[in-house]
Design a binder for this molecule. Sequence first.
Ligand code: SF4
Ligand code: SF4
Length: 720
Amino acid sequence: MDTPTREVYWNIGHQYLWVMYLLLAITVGTMAYAVYRYIRIFAPGKPADRFGDVGARLGAFFAHGVGQGRTLQRRYSGLSHAAFSFGFLILFAATTVVFIHEDLNLRIMQGGFYLWFQSLTVDIFGLLAIVGVLMAIAKRFAGGRGDRLYHPLDPRTLLDDGLILGGFLVILLTGYVLEGIRIVATNDPWGDWSPVGKAFGSVLQASGLGVTTLLGIHAFSWWFHLVLALAWIAYIPYSKLRHVVFSPANIYFRRLEPRGQLDYVDVEKAFEQDPPAVGVGKIEDLTWKDRLDTQACTECARCELACPASRTDKALSPFMLILDLRNQLLTQAGPPMARARRDRGDGADAPLDGERVEPNTDPVRESVSLVGDVITDAVLWDCTTCYACMEACPVFIEHVPKIVEMRRHLVMVENRFEPELQRLFDNLEAAGNPWRFPRTDRAKWADGLEVPILGQDVTVDEVDVLYWVGCFASYDERNQKIARALAGVLRSAGLRFAILGTQETCTGDPARRAGHEYLWQMLAGENVATLNELGVGDRKKTILASCPHCFNTLKDEYPQLGGHYVVRHHADYLAELVREGTLQPTVALDASVAYHDPCYLGRYQDIYDQPREVLGAIPGLELKEVSAGCRNKAMCCGAGGAKIFFEERRGTRINHLRMEQIQAEHPERVATACPYCMVMLEDGARAKGVYDELPILDISEYLQGSLVARTNGAAMDGTQ
Ligand code: SF4
Ligand code: SF4
């Protein structure tokens, strides 16, 4: 029997093949022009060090770039995307094989390889691609994107999506028509290895069309298929399909630093330059990686769906932030790069309070003011830095660092920020806390508890743990009770602990998240000096933080200033004490409790199980999850990114929405592990009129109530 293969240009007049090569040359030229434009976009980018740890980068590349791990987290769209993208890859590979076989005259398309790959595999993946495209079309055009906040019928995106999905579908279908007619007309002995193509051919044959007609259809379809496929490929770099190349690259070059670590900047040196090299104020300030981020966006809008600001009708949409940056870069690269623009269909954001402006698209301006012209101040101040966007993004786009960089420019260069922030900065600088309470009152929460002060009452060698109290637990009346509960729990565990008392100052987290890098360095530097002087780092003593914001910056950002410490959050620490039997909760609490995940504990530090472990150890306690969002999908309470210190002026309140989500579970109580969340949730409970019947407690309060022989009500209502 002959070697399995097929004639490549069957039924195509060879004398016309020069037309094919001409079209191919035009396609390559069109793409080369796009490459030149992209070089113009990336080349001016500032440096970013994303080349280390190749192993970790390759791991993410294969898991999420090739394997589409994050894309598949949303089942319908993930499966649809995987089906047509793998179909596309296989078909592209098969076309390359044809080119090598026929045009380079390297006869590889034969034998087992021809049957198993070029026939069967290609046939199956082509069908998969059709299914994937049809699923995407159904979702895109048949109302399946009702969960999207932007307008699904925007003409520019309709055209883009129509060309991409519709074009690919027609390419796939005409491919089967070509294959089918060839199989039936040549009575191909290997036709059974292409079952879908053969089925197409059989249907056409059974329809009564004569051989001449079928050959005519074949020749016409071949040229039509060729022209459409080349046009579609040429369109890739000019449309959102550019992500086919840029998304895997973006995943490879993603941040490997701890999630909560913002970039360090030598402020004094930066201000020696003119203009100061602080933050991002102009498009020219973006690094090459920032630029890559914008081109990698698949426009899936998952970030927007997860964003608490977008969900409460604020000016900020992380999706549109990336699109606005991308459009600006493409505009500067000149036409005809496609510039998608989407307005949210609910009218909440287009424009909002006159604060959202169309991006400046004037291509002749050399230096567009990114902040103000393209990204409005309102957009930047709406962010809680909750990380939900970055967690949701299938291609690891980095929204939060960009927002903070732009805030740095606003605060440190333009001196323009939300009015309450001036008070925050002044208070932090003057008193080391956000409200200008006297430094001398910092340890007042511990009056009567006889908690020793490190360096005054005890040395670092005489303690097991240094309790980092933080500003809220030091001064806020509600959170002081949590500090007292935690102190009680540590005593119950027999641990020797101390506090810094008046030696402690704000960690600087709110200043850094608000963009005041200099103030953060000042406050953090003071704390690092204190801790190092006391020998906390040298002796590897555990610093126990009850505030996830303090925890994050102490653990992951203080090393930037020379502070290297063992830092634990109390959720993690208490879970360990319970696990090893040092703490044994015995007093039952027969109540259902919904746990709210703080962003800086969960998404930033991956501490999800430990607080649940603490609550789960309490006899009788029924733990409820918030089905609208828990663990890495939990919605922010609205406090992070220094938002707790200034008014939420736009849209509805984030903490009210979060409270509604919690209430939907009908819990009898609520638990959390963050002083910011405590303030926001209690405020939400007050607004919803459920403050008295729905007590909100920290996990340490629940634990303390179960450790001591008191009545449930007295021990677990937040009072001491
Ligand atoms: S960090 Fe949170 S608030 Fe900020 S853009 Fe992302 S999802 Fe929205
Ligand atoms: S930034 Fe990421 S999550 Fe948001 S639309 Fe783009 S790809 Fe999707």
